[in-house]
Design a protein around this ligand. Structure first.
Ligand code: IPE
Ligand code: IPE
Ligand code: MG
Length: 245
């Protein structure tokens, strides 16, 4: 088992997690899917605390995708209620631990109550600086890219920018993630090995880590294991190994 003390050097600046497997976790235990989501919130707390302790500056959690709106109405309602409940419960701890909450996604689609609660926590914690916790809610990377292209097109049309000045920085400035650096480590639980419309642009050079563990069972030692695994890799960014040393 990897301990926190073994991980001091080369901590990824930005960790993103596709928290998957709540439904299967519940099914294995003969419980309703809602119980899986409920227990998933405990794993969220573990991940937030673990990352904050290690000195990860940005943690981004995929909590609800644009495609998840297509789930049964009751499950969507359960997830939205759980969001409100968790925000209410965690606001003080987040604040006490100097964590800043941020959200990415089409937040206008959230139920009014969830959006209000979310914006309140964001507002209350906006001055915090130890770590930025970003919740991807009603988030889809393609939706984000469409919005970005539309906004940039309008600026081109109005001669605010020229087509030739569009570069990576201009695109970054229009994404929901404009205040976040690129992802260093992307973790997905539950054994699925796909991206599911998450941060397509931002993971261009991320290290990918897949684990069979279902999200409610993903505890701090599992997070430490993922980070240890990341630390053993050589990130070459197109260069040769010799160029790096
Ligand atoms: C992840 O768990 C939570 C959300 C997508 C909201 P799932 O609900 O997808 O769990 P599985 O994949 O059905 O096991
Ligand atoms: C991805 O999980 C979205 C979140 C974790 C919020 P899904 O369970 O919705 O992904 P797919 O549809 O199986 O790829
Ligand atoms: Mg799933």
């Amino acid at each position: 088992m990897i301990s926190k003390e073994q991980l001091t050097n080369n901590i990824p600046q930005h960790v993103a997690i596709i928290m998957d497997g709540n439904g299967r976790w519940a099914k294995q235990k003969g419980l309703f899917r809602a119980a899986g989501h409920e227990n998933g919130t405990k794993a969220v707390r573990e991940a937030v605390e673990g990352c904050a302790e290690l000195g990860v500056k940005y943690l981004t959690l995929y909590a609800f995708s644009t495609e998840n709106w297509n789930r049964p109405k009751l499950e969507v309602e359960t997830l939205m209620k759980l969001l409100v409940k968790s925000l209410k419960k965690e606001i003080d701890t987040l604040h006490k631990n100097n964590i800043k909450l941020n959200a990415i996604g089409n937040l206008d689609l959230l139920p009014a109550k969830a959006k209000k609660e979310l914006l309140e926590v964001i507002e209350k914690t906006q001055g915090n600086s130890h770590m930025t916790l970003t919740l991807a809610l009603s988030y889809g990377s393609r939706e984000e890219l469409i919005k970005t292209i539309q906004e940039i097109s309008i600026k081109v049309k109005n001669s605010v920018i020229s087509p030739h000045s569009i570069n990576e920085a201009v695109i970054n400035e229009h994404l929901y993630t404009k205040t976040l650096p690129d992802v260093d480590l992307l973790i997905r639980t539950s054994g699925e090995q796909r991206i599911s419309n998450f941060l397509l642009w931002q993971i261009a050079y991320a290290e990918l880590y897949f684990t069979e563990i279902l999200w409610p069972d993903f505890k701090q030692p599992d997070l430490f294991e993922a980070i240890y695994n990341y630390q053993q890799r050589e990130r070459r960014f197109g260069k040769t190994s010799e160029q790096l040393s």
